[in-house]
Write a protein that binds this ligand. Structure first.
Ligand SMILES: *Cc1c(COP(=O)(O)O)cnc(C)c1O
Length: 384
């Protein structure tokens, strides 16, 4: 895929923000738990390899991804720390897991049996697994005590598996209402009584659990959203420490024109000028991840909010200004405007189109290049 290096639209990643968000979490931890940085989906759109390098400098001792391909990408880029694939790896690929020393989720008895068969066909290697308990997410893992006992008995016989972890995932740790977390805790407590007590990693904490539940029972935290400066609760709960949004999406004005009153703009001619209006064209559209539903959303130009007018096209959109600006004037779509320090959070964008803040950085297309700011001497920065 062609990346738009020769076009002024880009994702700017503030490396110190990621570094400080992780440092802040370390300061928040009281019992020496480890942090594994979650860099699935290309690091939530921030670039998996770069984020992993920054996270490592901030003290992360391992990484989590969703796909086996993502794990292999990290290994090929020189990451040597533990990597866990949280999604289901097709058991026919146990050879790749072993070859690259990648750990993966073991989600069911069926998966273990298939993986055992696949390992048997190999050369007596051992596979590192993290057994997943479905305590109420309903997505992956073992649900009943009987299933868990069956797995424990199976793993006692099958020494080709090394149980490196036992884990679960909370569905509602980002809410004021803790009753569902409490139910899941109760179920995971039961799982803990069934499995051996010498398992290296017990992990239950995503960002929300780390922020608002003291990473309950975890000696490893799977830190995703908050590392990128995204509040997992949206606006429901305040973070105990400042989360700094690491990504900005910026572009530049490529054409400036005065459109007379009564003219229409963009596809469908849905917007009519009511007076002579200064209209600027921006080289970003829905193929870049600026969804059509952002029509009307206000962007930042010279510290002021300016609305997107007319439909958003595949590659371009238009904004209305009070006065003309030079070609090349910077426009911030998300993130901080460097001059004025005004800020558009992903949360604000998410509320505008009726989604969650996680989704917006993830849907930016590969076409929008990633640029990293201040990646050198990160150790001079402190926690927020
Ligand atoms: C994505 C994911 C995480 C990270 O969640 P955040 O809310 O981004 O911190 C942790 N655990 C699992 C199983 C995940 O899929």
């Amino acid at each position: 895929m062609a990346i738009g290096f020769l076009r002024p639209t880009k994702r700017v990643i503030d490396c110190p923000a990621i570094y400080k968000n992780i440092k802040s979490e370390f300061k928040h931890i009281k019992d020496g738990a480890e942090i594994f940085a979650v860099v699935k989906a290309n690091g939530y759109g921030h670039g998996a390899v770069k984020v992993a390098e920054v996270a490592r400098q901030a003290g992360a001792t391992g990484f989590c991804v969703s796909l086996l391909d993502e794990a292999v990408e990290l290994r090929k880029s020189g990451i040597t720390e533990p990597i866990i694939v949280l999604g289901v790896v097709d058991p026919i690929f146990t050879n790749i897991l072993v070859e690259y020393d990648i750990s993966c989720a073991a989600v069911s008895m069926e998966w273990l049996e298939m993986a055992a068969a696949s390992l048997e066909a190999g050369h007596g290697e051992r596979l590192k697994i993290h057994v997943k308990i479905d305590s109420g997410m309903g997505r992956l893992g073992l649900r009943t005590a009987d299933e868990m006992k069956e797995v424990v008995a199976f793993l006692e016989k099958h020494k080709e598996f090394e149980i490196e972890g036992l884990f679960t995932h909370f569905a509602k740790a980002d809410s004021k209402d803790t009753s569902y977390v409490d139910l899941q805790k109760e179920r995971f407590e039961e799982a803990l009584t069934i499995f051996p007590d010498d398992i290296r990693y017990i992990h239950t904490a995503n960002s929300a659990t780390a922020l608002w539940h003291d990473h309950w029972r975890s000696n490893l935290i799977r830190l995703g959203a908050s590392m990128y400066g995204i509040n997992p609760s949206g606006s429901e709960l305040a973070s105990p420490y400042e989360l700094k949004q690491a990504m900005s999406v910026v572009t530049e004005v490529v054409q400036m024109k005065l459109v007379p009153a009564g003219e229409s703009l963009s596809y469908g001619a849905t917007y009519q000028t009511t007076e002579d209006e200064w209209i600027a064209t921006l080289p970003i559209g829905y193929a870049d991840g600026l969804l059509r539903s952002f029509q009307g959303f206000k962007l930042l130009l010279d510290g002021k909010r300016v609305p997107i007018v007319g439909r958003i096209c595949m590659d371009q959109c238009m904004i209305r200004l009070d006065k003309p600006v030079p070609i090349g004037t910077i426009v911030t779509i998300f993130g901080e405007d460097e001059e004025s320090h005004e800020m558009i959070s992903f949360q604000e964008g998410a509320e505008y189109i009726g989604t969650i803040n996680y989704e917006l950085p993830c849907i930016l297309s590969e076409r929008v290049p990633l640029v990293y700011k201040n990646e050198g001497s990160l150790d001079k920065y402190e926690a927020n």
